[in-house]
Design a protein around this ligand. Structure first.
Ligand SMILES: C[C@H](O)[C@H](O)[C@@H](O)C(=O)CO
Ligand SMILES: [Mn+2]
Length: 421
């Protein structure tokens, strides 16, 4: 169990070290709460959803593993998310997929979902004092089995999914209105081709037509904001993805939408952190899906790695916090799922804190003077500064478990709750 006095002493020493570099740790402790990470509800149950929990996950994504205790209904999903949030410093948001509605009053197909199916989520978010984000679900459905949804050449299929998009936007606007916080609506479709297609242009023209129809209605920005998510490939769609990055970046710029950058959706040597300042030259805001791709879009739990650090540093260095919406997107079914959230979210939060503890103006000065050795040296030295002492003190202040103390809490939850499912 962490010793409070030791944490405070360590923090005081760290504060002095950072002050010597011109970094005010007290200001960082205030600023860090501006980072609101949107917790994706789908790590609770391996993207099963509440619409047809025993159905097959499709769309070229996969949750591997069979760790016991997955959530089986909305009540359990919410209970798990509450547990997760109790172990995280600061306030989060919750990100709900359309296949997580409350259909206890009767089934509703994707082209028939309404606010009433998500009112329980809205009320729950209100109770938690948090904002809610939303996503259309264009997968795990018979009308997505062909591999094409909004880009389909089958008019019945295409229209069905356009209606889904329209409805998700109406729901998102109501979410934002009721919660008094804009709801980010992300649209990701799995459309693509296993083998080399011939009519790429035809598919992309269909997608443009569908998006234009789906996005025709205007909603106030204080209620909802649209994002479109690109991808390089999915399982079973290895040769071509209709909604590629070029496609969606162009669409977003032309139509004043957000581009959603999922760091599992690019070629392995591409760096999403490098894309943020490029995109923000031309769009007002971006959405991030922070994840950890291992060899492919495997959606492993986020860890504090160089990729995540670059993302956080780019946001903080450029004062982009208000223009970057941060969501998580991983689903690991092989470990305790509550633990997955806590490790992953804390890793992202730590990356933001490290970014805030950087003497950026000194580094920029070195860079502008051509003092590249000095820049390199300071960046290296910063890696071993006592960031952990500031982080622990932050957790202590926030009244959440410090350091590895959350492990025991998750073990207890597993014993008392998850193991009984
Ligand atoms: C559940 C999916 O991961 C999500 O909707 C989408 O964001 C994605 O990243 C698909 O690869
Ligand atoms: Mn994603």
């Amino acid at each position: 169990m962490a010793n409070k006095e030791m944490i405070k002493k360590a923090y005081e020493l760290a504060k002095e070290q950072y002050a010597a570099l011109g970094v005010d740790t007290e200001a960082v402790l205030n600023k860090i709460n501006e980072i609101k990470i949107s917790l994706h509800c789908w790590q609770t149950d391996d993207v099963s959803g509440t619409e047809n929990p025993d159905g097959q996950l499709s769309g070229g994504i996969q949750a591997t593993g069979n760790y016991p205790g997955k959530a089986r209904n909305i009540t359990e999903i919410m209970a798990d998310l509450e547990k997760v949030m109790s172990l995280l410093p600061g306030k989060q948001r919750v990100n709900v997929h359309a296949l997580y509605g409350d259909f206890s009053g009767g089934a509703a197909d994707r082209d028939a979902i309404e606010v009433k199916h998500f009112q329980g989520w809205i009320d729950w978010c209100k109770k938690q004092g948090i904002g809610m984000d939303f996503n259309g679900s264009f997968f795990s459905h018979p009308k997505a089995d062909s591999g094409f949804t909004l880009s389909s050449k089958d008019e019945e299929v295409r229209k069905f999914w356009v209606e889904h998009l329209k409805r998700t936007r109406e729901i998102a606007a109501e979410v934002g209105k009721q919660l008094k916080s804009p709801c980010v609506l992300n649209t990701w479709i799995p459309d693509g081709s296993k083998d080399t297609p011939v009519d790429r242009n035809g598919m992309r023209s269909q997608l443009t037509k569908s998006l234009d129809e789906g996005f025709a209605a205007e909603f106030p920005k204080e209620y909802m904001k649209d994002a479109v998510e690109s991808k390089v490939f999915g399982i079973g769609a290895e040769s071509m993805t209709v909604g590629s990055h070029d496609y969606y970046l162009g669409y977003a710029i032309k139509n004043n939408k957000m581009i959603c950058l999922d760091n599992g959706h690019f070629h392995p040597t591409e760096v999403v952190g490098d894309k943020i300042s490029s995109c923000l030259q031309f769009v007002d805001e971006v959405l991030l899906h922070v994840t950890r791709p291992v060899r492919w879009d495997s959606d492993h739990v986020v860890t504090l790695n160089e990729e995540v650090q670059t993302i956080a540093s780019e946001i903080v260095r450029n004062d982009f916090i208000s223009r970057v919406n941060v969501g998580l997107d991983f689903f690991d079914a092989s470990i305790n799922r509550i633990g997955a959230y806590v490790v992953g979210t804390r890793a992202a939060q730590k990356a933001f804190m490290i970014a805030m503890l950087e003497p950026t103006s000194t580094l920029v000065k070195y860079e502008e003077n051509g003092q590249n050795f000095e820049r390199l040296a300071l960046l290296e030295e910063l890696k071993t500064k006592p960031f952990g002492a500031v982080w622990d003190y932050y957790c202590l202040q926030e009244g959440v478990p410090v350091s590895e103390d959350y492990i025991a809490e998750i073990q207890a939850y597993e014993k008392e709750v998850l193991s009984k499912r």
